[in-house]
Write a protein that binds this ligand. Structure first.
Ligand code: SF4
Length: 370
């Protein structure tokens, strides 16, 4: 039987009325995900028609050495441990050159928190990446990394961001948000900055005109109420700044994590993922893009989610290491044209865009060789 909340939300959407926190909470209990997805799909189509955004990017996970030891993370290593690595700038440049030759035009720079990587390291990295490919986009440094770097350098967040932008940073990714609610953070063993501080970094980036994304890591020990609280904080800030380009659903991968060992949490079900992205689309009426990176859920799930409010499935993600550490069933290397059939066979048209959603010139996209 169709739940009354679906009719209530449908009526509100028809009147261009915002859905409330209570509505969102009730939607998390909906089992008829197809009906829920139909509403989300309608909202997505209003904004993006049949376009699906993607890109050809190289993940630069420059180090796994991390001062934090978040229980949900399988990527980090302690300095000096067997698993620890730190890429030199020469290594990064070599990888970037090889990637540029096969059509990569975006660098996605994310890593652990280590004093070994100072501001000069990132400034030089960004300058070298821009030299390898001046038109390529640099999306890098989560809010957590920016905060860590600012503290290391004894600089303000704004000054740190200014320096990174001057070196070539174009936009900031959404990772590191986890779940903002303090109780959820305690339960998920997030040994990093509070949600408010994370949002402050993004707010200061928006004030400088640097676009950012924001995410939720879902499917572990968080409650539906905490998910709604998270979405509310995003919507409220977006009302003030208009600086978020995209909201990302990041499905938690439990393998090799302390959180899984301690709680037995298993990661989201398919229905859970479809509810998460659908509700994000319906609740976040002021965020243009809802992104579900295929590397977090696998290609089949990402393809289905395109009919549940998602308009961006991420990029090729060459060299992704963080999710592989958590047993992600993805590929370290994906051919540049690989995502096009995934999009077209679901009835959509691929739109190659930078991380800031500016269109990539056609000659730089896989479509040019399709
Ligand atoms: S989630 Fe980020 S901050 Fe936490 S341990 Fe992993 S790499 Fe470090």
């Amino acid at each position: 039987m169709r739940m009354p909340i679906l009719d209530e939300v449908e009526r509100k959407l028809a009147r261009s009325e915002r859905i409330t926190d209570e509505d969102a909470l009730a939607l998390f209990a909906v089992q008829d995900v197809v009906a829920l997805g139909r509403l989300a799909h309608r909202e997505r189509a209003k904004r993006h028609g049949n376009k699906v955004y993607t890109r050809t990017d190289l993940n630069v996970n420059h180090t796994n050495i991390c001062a934090a030891d978040c229980g949900f993370c399988a990527f980090f290593a302690k300095s000096g441990s067997e698993k620890a690595y730190l890429m030199t700038l020469d290594e990064i440049e070599e990888k970037a050159k090889a990637a540029a030759k096969v059509g990569v035009n975006e660098w996605h720079v994310v890593g652990g928190l280590t004093p070994e990587c100072d501001l000069a390291y990132f400034e030089e990295m960004f300058r070298r990446l821009k030299k390898v490919s001046p038109q390529a986009h640099i999306q890098g440094m989560t809010g957590v990394e920016v905060d860590f770097l600012a503290k290391r350098e004894k600089l303000s967040i704004t000054e740190t961001l200014r320096r990174l932008r001057a070196a070539g940073l174009d936009s900031i990714p959404g990772g590191g948000a986890e779940v903002f609610h303090p109780e959820a953070r305690k339960r998920m063993m997030a040994t990093k900055i509070a949600g408010d501080r994370f949002l402050q970094v993004h707010e200061e980036a928006h004030a400088l005109g640097i676009p950012t994304n924001v995410s939720i890591l879902y499917g572990h020990v968080e409650t539906a109420e905490e998910r709604v609280d998270h979405l509310r904080r995003v919507r409220e800030m977006q009302d003030r700044t208009r600086g978020f380009n995209a909201f990302l659903g990041l499905a938690w991968n439990p393998e090799n994590t302390e959180l899984h060992a301690k709680t037995g949490a298993m990661g989201p079900s398919a229905f859970d993922t479809l509810r998460m992205v659908s509700i994000a689309r319906l609740y976040l009426d002021n965020v243009s893009h809802i992104k579900l990176p295929w590397v977090t859920v696998g290609k089949p799930m990402a393809q289905v989610a395109l009919h549940f409010g998602v308009d961006d499935i991420g990029g090729a993600a060459f060299e992704e290491r963080i999710l592989q550490a958590a047993g992600g069933k993805t590929w370290a290397f994906v051919k540049k044209e690989d995502l096009t059939p995934l999009i077209t066979s679901a009835g959509f048209v691929p739109e190659y865009a930078f991380g800031s959603y500016h269109p990539i010139p056609r000659e730089l996209t896989p479509l040019a060789v399709a």
